[in-house]
Design a protein around this ligand. Structure first.
Ligand SMILES: C[S@@+](CC[C@H](N)C(=O)[O-])C[C@H]1O[C@@H](n2cnc3c(N)ncnc32)[C@H](O)[C@@H]1O
Length: 334
């Protein structure tokens, strides 16, 4: 078997939207929020209203809103108990205007208080937080000898990446590698996974490196690893499914003129956001060629800008993990 070389700068591959910055409050690490000014710019209309931060993380975006806009109220949710704990500490000065809940953003849409009052603004900053990436036992970033976990909500949050590799049929493995990792050798890789687990179950990143090396006939590059890790992270956390199910629910919870802002970090997420915003903004969905419109659809709102916004070069040089961030925003009609 070909020996796997040590990948170079593996963390630089990750579309995380984060960087680690020192936490003055206790020596830990805070997540450095991306595109803060741009996010505040698009959510400006919500400055005196109710805002959902569906991916609270370390609370950086929430803190920016709460400190800049003294009349806004924020519902901050995150599926990661660690995030809830960190953001809770950070946001103590705003305790009278923020409610923090440990849950997924799709679950937050059932919150009675939010449903009653509606939202003036909402933010989804997808991806993972810097401490999730940096915590070895979480298994998000590729480093040698670490558990294959990747559950954003911790050990109670469904099955780990190792469970997935040890259980799924070959065809499903191939689909996930192909669709979520855009892996060109998905079938070959799936076959190698099934062959390997018949001997010994997957436990650590080293097991995956060995299988990739066998499937590729060479040591996997950081790019090869990134594709497979991306696929596993997406499927373990049901990221795309939850995103596509939750976007319309947030749209429905927005009050007139309310704005939904989404920061995505890879093309699969961005495709869902772009497609949803486009579909909600159509005045007519009749098949082309009909002489008269029969669908009676009316646009529910419009995107704030056509092309996604990106971080400035200055932000990327300060926070390289921001470099794949794409911000889109949509405003509900009156
Ligand atoms: C990029 S970080 C957000 C950082 C945050 N904006 C800040 O300023 O610190 C993404 C966060 O979203 C959380 N997350 C991802 N998917 C989620 C979901 N479906 N429901 C709730 N939280 C989710 C992750 O646990 C992670 O903490």
């Amino acid at each position: 078997m070909t020996a796997a070389p040590e990948p170079q700068e593996p963390r630089a591959l990750w579309a995380s939207g984060s960087s680690s910055v020192p936490d003055e409050k206790g020596g830990g690490l805070f997540h450095d929020p991306v595109m803060v000014e741009e996010v505040l710019g698009v959510l400006e209309g919500a400055r005196a209203g109710n805002i959902l931060d569906g991916t609270l993380g370390g609370g950086g975006h929430a803190e920016a809103m709460l400190s800049r806009w003294p009349r806004c109220r924020v519902l901050g949710v995150d599926r990661d108990p660690d995030a809830v704990e960190r953001a809770g500490r950070r946001l103590v000065p705003f305790a009278d205007r923020i409610r923090i809940l440990e849950m997924r953003f799709d679950e937050a849409m059932d919150d009675a208080r939010m449903k009653e009052k509606g939202l003036e603004g909402a933010l989804l900053d997808l991806g993972v937080s810097s401490w999730q990436l940096d915590a070895d036992q979480r298994g998000f970033a590729f480093r040698r000898g670490l558990p294959l976990d990747m559950r954003m909500g911790g050990e109670e949050d469904g099955e780990s990446a190792a469970d997935f590799l040890n259980r799924e049929p070959e065809a499903e493995l191939a689909r996930v590698f192909r669709e979520y990792g855009e892996e060109p050798r998905a079938r070959r890789l799936a076959r190698a996974v099934v062959r390997r687990r018949a001997d010994r179950p997957f436990e650590t990143s080293d097991d995956l490196v060995a299988v990739l090396a066998r499937a590729l006939g060479r040591g996997p590059s950081p790019r090869d690893m990134a594709r497979v890790f991306q696929a596993l992270r997406i499927v373990v956390n049901q990221e795309l499914l939850l995103l596509s199910q939750t976007l319309p629910r947030i749209r429905d919870a927005l009050n007139p003129h309310g704005v939904l802002a989404v920061i995505s970090y890879h093309s699969l997420e961005d495709r869902i956001v772009k497609g949803s915003f486009r579909e909600w903004s159509l005045d007519c969905v009749c098949p082309p060629g009909l002489p008269v419109c029969g669908c009676r659809q009316r646009a529910m709102g419009a995107p704030l800008f056509r092309k996604p916004r990106r971080p400035t070069d200055e932000e990327i040089s300060r926070n390289p993990r921001a470099r794949s961030a794409l911000l889109r925003a949509w405003r509900k009609a009156a």
